[in-house]
Each structure stands twice: as structure tokens, then as C-alpha cells.
Design a protein around this ligand. Structure first.
Ligand code: CAA
Length: 282
């Protein structure tokens, strides 16, 4: 029975995951390295909940109850009494492996160790623990409170029992679970990133303007955002990083990152978060 959840990382993804877990009634320990990071994450959650109250989707009491279910943690030792950890720290294998090694020593024997990685191999993260059968990928989409999907990724050793517990939890979070095996980019980014990369190639080759490329996919394919706008929204550094993982993981030139993507990242044009990507943001 999953009752208490630790979320590691109070950034964009971690705070969203903490919010949906608290909304579903779970006790949530939100961990980050500094109090200011936690407070920034809690601020975003509070803003989202306030909007829900304003729009009549929640009462003020419900908002307060959700916030009360979230407690701050600045120490991984707080994992000692949780039933599941969902790690949403930076996308770096060494950092994730270090966190999982520590969690393996701290978390109760029965606890599931999940990662929100968007592309790093679950099996490789699991291999540093003594419980690889209880390690699993739980890939939420951004913005977490809005997007319905959770891609659940089985590592090589993940048991059916652990998969089922995470699938049940996902349904309780009012999300739709999809089962995927552990291959580079899973399904979401194996398909999304080459599409974005191809849109960047089309821009690079002068086939059309950025606005035209986005309009084709928005109005012609009913995508909510064009691929270049979406790339800015995700972060161009993240897009490049995931393309590199696909390229290296499959060893296939069809996943080669577009030189224009490399150039933008080298220039520090990382998308919305840096104020400039394919578009300019104020
Ligand atoms: N947090 C919480 N709620 C948010 C939000 C956020 N960051 N951004 C938007 N919303 C809410 C808005 O408040 C609004 O809700 P209400 O009006 O009912 O209060 C609703 O979402 C719609 O927002 P908008 O009207 O402002 O704009 P929109 O209709 O364009 O929707 C969007 C915004 C949901 C982000 C939409 O543009 C969209 O679906 N875009 C594509 C998102 C996508 O593809 N995500 C996946 C990215 S890839 C990923 O996450 C995985 C990876 O590994 C890289």
C-alpha cells in the first residue's frame, strides 16, 4: 500500500509531481538541496491551486488540505519511512546513480524507487541498488498538473508486482499509465525528439520560416504547439541531450542532432527559460 511519497527535486517536474500526489491524498515529502528551492516549488504549487480555486475547481479548504499534505525535506534520510520515492533531479546519470545508491540504503525494504528520467536507462540506474526489481521509470509530462500521461518504464529486473503498484498509483493520480520497455528515449522521446529535430532541419535548410513550420503542425496536425515552440518550452539543451542519447543508444545516423540545434545551445539560446530560443521571450 502506497501512502507516503518522497519526491526528489522541487523544480518544474518535481513540484508538479508533488502537487498531483498531494491532490490524490498522498502524504508528500518534497526534497531538494536548499530551502529556497523547496519554497520556489511550493510557490508554483500554491499558484496552481489558487487558480483552481478561482476557477471553481477546488474550494479554499481543499487547497489548504493539499498544501498541508506537502512537507519540506532537505535530507535524503527523510526517505526512511516512505513507500515510494519519485526522483526528479537533474538528468545526469552520475547524480541519479548517487541518489539511488543513498536511497537504497535509507528507504524501507518494501519501498519502490522510481525515476522521472525522460531518457536515461532505468536498468543502469537500478544496477547500483540492491533492489533492481523495485526500480522503475515514472515519466510524467510537462506541465505535470495538466498532462494526462505517465509513461511507466520497466527496467530489465522490474517485477510485475512493482509495475502493478505504480500503475495503480498512476490511476489514483488521475493520469493514464502506458507501459513501455527500457530502450533509449522510451516511446515519448523516441518519437517526439526526432520530430522536433526534423523541424529544426527544415528551418536549417530554409524550407520554411519558423512560424510556417509551427503553423503546419499546429493547424495541419492539430498539435497544441508547433514543434519549434515546443522545443523552446522543453528547453533546447534538453532536446539536444535527448537526441544525443538516441544517437548514441541506437548508433543510428537517423538520430543525429541538427547542427542548428547545437549552435543555439552553444550560444546559450536554450528556449523559454533563457529568454531566447527559436523565439524571443520577455
Ligand atoms: N502548470 C499548470 N497549469 C498550466 C501550465 C503549467 N505550467 N501551463 C498551462 N496550464 C493550464 C492553464 O492554466 C490552463 O488551464 P485553465 O485555463 O483551465 O486554468 C490550461 O493549462 C490551458 O492553458 P492555456 O490556455 O494557457 O494554453 P494552452 O491551451 O496552449 O495549453 C499547454 C497549454 C497545456 C501547455 C498546451 O499548449 C500543450 O498541451 N502543449 C504541449 C505540451 C507538451 O507537449 N508537453 C509534453 C512536453 S515533452 C515532456 O514533457 C517530456 C519530455 O521528456 C521532454
Amino acid at each position: 500500500m502506497i501512502q507516503k511519497v518522497m519526491v526528489i527535486g522541487a523544480g518544474q517536474m518535481g513540484s508538479g509531481i508533488a502537487q498531483v500526489c498531494a491532490q490524490a491524498g498522498y502524504a508528500v515529502v518534497l526534497n531538494d538541496m536548499k530551502q529556497e528551492f523547496f519554497e520556489r516549488g511550493l510557490g508554483v504549487i500554491t499558484k496552481n491551486l489558487t487558480r483552481d480555486v478561482e476557477k471553481g475547481r477546488k474550494t479554499e479548504e481543499e487547497k489548504q488540505a493539499v498544501l498541508e499534505r506537502i512537507t519540506m525535506s532537505l535530507d535524503l534520510q527523510d526517505a526512511s519511512d516512505v513507500d515510494i520515492v519519485i526522483e526528479a533531479a537533474v538528468e545526469n546519470m552520475e547524480i541519479k546513480q548517487s541518489i539511488f545508491k543513498q536511497l537504497d540504503a535509507i528507504a524501507p525494504k518494501h519501498a519502490i524507487l522510481a525515476t522521472n528520467t525522460s531518457s536515461l536507462p532505468i536498468t543502469e540506474i537500478a544496477a547500483v541498488t540492491t533492489r533492481p526489481e523495485q526500480v522503475i521509470g515514472m515519466h510524467f509530462m510537462n506541465p505535470v498538473p495538466v498532462m494526462k500521461l505517465v509513461e511507466i518504464i520497466r527496467g530489465l529486473a522490474t517485477t510485475d508486482e512493482v509495475y502493478k503498484a505504480v500503475e495503480d498509483m498512476t490511476v489514483k493520480l488521475a493520469k493514464t499509465p502506458v507501459e513501455v520497455n527500457d530502450f533509449p528515449g522510451f516511446i515519448s522521446n523516441r518519437i517526439l525528439m526526432p520530430m522536433i529535430n526534423e523541424a529544426i532541419y527544415a528551418l536549417y535548410e530554409g524550407v520554411a520560416t519558423k512560424e510556417a513550420i509551427d503553423d503546419v503542425m499546429k493547424m495541419g496536425m492539430n498539435h497544441p504547439m508547433g514543434p519549434l515552440t515546443l522545443a523552446d518550452f522543453i528547453g533546447l539543451d534538453t532536446c539536444l541531450y535527448i537526441m544525443e542519447i538516441l544517437h548514441e543508444g541506437f548508433g543510428d545516423s537517423k538520430y543525429r542532432p541538427c547542427p542548428l540545434l547545437r549552435k543555439y545551445v552553444a550560444a546559450g539560446w536554450l528556449g523559454k527559460k533563457s529568454g531566447r530560443g527559436f523565439y524571443v521571450y520577455n
